[in-house]
Design a protein around this ligand. Structure first.
Ligand code: UN1
Length: 502
């Protein structure tokens, strides 16, 4: 079924290419750098008609009762359950994630579908006390319209699912522009959803669309007023462009952008637990999560011991083909990512950092043609400029602190504000970190790492991370419009504020 969906969705036609309507997008696997296939990109006209289809679908879908919309999402979640291993394999092939993390990503899709199903009976409004007699004042949530969704390569299926499951339950179709590095994952997900839609009488065909292309097609999408919400994941630079374009037409944007996540390691920390959390956080997904741990702020008294233990833990990490069961660190997405990592390490050295690891990884079990690297640990002064930059690679900057106040200030000193953590056995330290004067991030954790958030919480961050919140909690409100409704069920017409008129 997945293969069929993929085949159907792959729309490489020589005719359209020859007519000059589209360009070819090459799809490579980061495992070996080999060409997997070529897909055709969409033209601005195709984008426009996809948005038109989604708009038509919206006019119908918004009147379908929300619990019935939830049933579509329930069925899609079941399809994903059945396809978990297969879809996971595609994520591994196209994004280079190890099998367990790739399947974990599909699990996030399943989880958000379940969450959406529950939500489909809980899109609650408010009953508000009216100041006027025999008046009913209330607040109700209505479907918003087709959603434009722009996603990054590093979570090629889950982030779309966070958006799509909630949007569909809220009554909105989704037009998806995936990363040009992971179009097959997008076509497969869309194909599976299309199959679920085709078997569901109440669901119009145009509920889901995928648009392939580069920056220009993304810009056309953000400019289109028929998409009242653009939900975008990617770099801060991309988010600034999206935010400005969507803001310029007074649309809504939901931005989930760069992170520069830190963990504070206090003297009372349970070091065994912390070391596991640091290792997964810093090298999981080869350092390519937006929640990756990038800065370890460790108490001066612990620093040498922690660095030594981390180095020996890192030495046992198996780097190599992500399809092998014992691999823990797969490839970076492409050679440019390895170059960016090498450049950051060079800068760190120039800025006084002591670098351990970080070179290219070759040897038995490491496929040729992929960008495999040894994760790096860099002891560096907190004021070094490079520490403020997010490099999408496994580089962990180790900074030291003396007072908790200083550690929190350091944690908050970067432009980004996505995820943060503290390891402590001291109740007061943990609570201070979570207090209004503590972490300034969208996510703050005590005694666990910065990455691997559950879908039930709102996901996103402050400052240069863009301020958006996706997935759990009340993130669904992004996908709906709020209406304040007043009903006069009496036989007089009292005016608000006691105004008398005639
Ligand atoms: C991302 O990297 O864009 O919290 C999303 C995590 C995952 C999601 C990451 N659940 O690490």
């Amino acid at each position: 079924m997945l293969e069929d969906a993929l085949k159907q969705a792959l729309h490489l036609t020589d005719d359209a290419l020859q007519a000059g309507q589209a360009e070819v997008m090459e799809v490579r696997t980061p495992i070996t750098g080999e060409l997997l296939t070529k897909v055709m990109t969409h033209t601005p006209e195709q984008l426009s008609s996809a948005i038109g289809d989604a708009h038509q679908a919206f006019l119908q879908w918004r009147t379908v009762p929300a619990p019935v919309r939830g049933e579509l999402v329930r069925r899609f979640g079941n399809t994903l359950r059945a396809k978990k291993a297969q879809l996971g394999k595609l994520v591994t092939l196209e994004a280079g994630k190890i099998v367990s993390e790739a399947e974990g990503e599909v699990q996030e899709m399943i989880d958000i579908c379940d969450f959406g199903v529950g939500l489909s009976r809980q899109l609650y409004g408010l009953d508000i006390a009216s100041e006027r007699p025999e008046h009913k004042l209330s607040e109700r949530w209505h479907p918003l319209g087709p959603i434009g969704c722009i996603t990054a390569f590093n979570f090629p299926v889950a982030v779309w699912a966070w958006n799509a499951a909630l949007a569909l339950v809220c009554g909105d179709p989704v037009v998806w522009k995936p990363s040009d590095l992971t179009p097959l994952c997008a076509l497969a997900c869309h194909g599976l959803l299309q199959e679920t839609i085709a078997e569901f009488d109440e669901a119009p065909e145009g509920l889901s669309r995928v648009i392939l292309g580069w920056k220009e097609i993304g810009e056309a999408m953000t400019a289109d007023r028929r998409l009242p919400l653009i939900s975008a994941t990617g770099s801060t630079r991309m988010g600034q462009a999206v935010g400005a374009a969507v803001g310029g037409r007074l649309g809504r944007s939901l931005l989930e952008l760069g992170g520069n996540n830190a963990m504070i390691l206090t003297p009372s920390a349970d070091l065994d637990l912390a070391l596991r959390a640091i290792t997964f956080g810093a090298v999981g997904t080869a350092g390519q999560r937006c929640t990756t741990l990038r800065r370890l702020i460790v108490h001066r008294s612990l620093k040498d011991e922690v660095v030594a233990r981390l180095q020996s833990a890192y030495q046992t990490l198996r780097i190599g083909d992500p399809r092998d069961a014992d691999t823990l660190v797969g490839p970076l997405i492409h050679s440019h990512a390895a170059e960016a990592m090498a450049d950051a390490i060079k800068q760190a050295k120039e800025q006084g950092g002591a670098v351990w690891g970080g070179g290219g990884a070759t040897g038995p079990g490491i496929p040729k043609g992929g960008a495999y690297v040894h994760p790096a640990i860099v002891e560096i002064d907190a004021s070094a400029e490079v520490v403020g930059c997010e490099t999408f690679a496994p580089i962990l900057y180790v900074l030291e602190y003396e007072s908790l106040e200083d550690a929190i200030a350091l944690q908050n000193s970067v432009d980004q504000g996505l995820s943060s953590a503290i390891f402590t056995e001291q109740f007061r330290e943990g609570e201070r970190f979570l207090s209004p004067a503590g972490s300034d991030c969208g996510i703050a954790n005590v005694n666990l790492g910065t990455s691997g958030a559950e879908i039930g919480g709102a996901f996103g961050g402050e400052k240069d991370t863009g301020g958006g919140r996706e997935s759990g909690s009340d993130a669904w409100k992004n996908y709906m419009r709020r209406q304040t409704q007043t009903v006069n069920y009496g036989s007089a017409l009292p005016l608000a504020q006691g105004v008398e008129f005639g």
